[in-house]
Ligand binder design. Structure first.
Ligand SMILES: [Zn+2]
Length: 189
């Protein structure tokens, strides 16, 4: 298990559009990166994580969709693109790059996404509800857009002091050292 440090809001890489993955050239590296992304996402309690959130400039995202309390479906999406979208939904959203911040975000209610999976095979996902929301959130990340940019201007203005306060807390946060510490505690109990 390797939990990596999650990049926080304010760090430049989150604002940059990520570079497409060349699957045949990069396939050897991808396995370890994808495993670390799942480890990091699960450790931090997220539903999705994009590669630029662990400081890698790659068009790659992972999502864990909870089906029931003990059932889930994992998605690995390489070079994902939204092909079609419809309807609107409003719901609470959080982001591992903004720990502690939850806010209502308006999204499309249904999306169709095409991508490559972890084996480099083309896949198409038609999603609604929470999975559709997660797909839009993560693909936004890969395009250099964070969820606060999807909020109405008035809400963003109101959030400014909250973000300023949270940023001070994030400066001391590092998931990789937190994971090591909790493992050490478990092993030395
Ligand atoms: Zn996010």
């Amino acid at each position: 298990m390797a939990v990596r440090r999650v990049v926080k809001y304010g760090e430049k890489i989150l604002k940059k559009k990520t570079r497409p993955v060349n699957f045949s050239k990069e396939r050897k590296l991808l396995g370890a990166i994808i495993r670390d992304m799942f480890d990091t996402m699960i450790f931090a309690g997220g539903m999705g994580l994009s590669a630029n959130q662990i400081n890698l400039n790659m068009r790659l995202t992972v999502i864990r969709d909870k089906i029931t309390d003990n059932e889930f479906k994992d998605y690995v999406l390489i070079n994902p693109e939204i092909m079609a979208k419809s309807g609107t939904q409003k719901g609470q959203e959080g982001c591992l790059s903004f720990p502690g911040l939850f806010t209502e975000v308006k999204r499309f209610s249904r999306v169709k996404v095409k991508a490559l999976n972890d084996k480099g095979l083309p896949v198409e996902i038609c999603a609604d509800g929470l999975l559709a929301r997660a797909l839009q959130h993560e693909i936004d990340h890969l395009n250099g857009i964070t969820f606060i940019e999807r909020l109405p201007l008035i809400t963003r203005v109101k959030l400014k002091p909250v973000l300023r306060k949270l940023k001070k807390e994030w400066a001391r946060m590092d998931e990789s050292s937190m994971a090591k510490e909790s493992r050490w505690k478990r092993e030395n109990r």
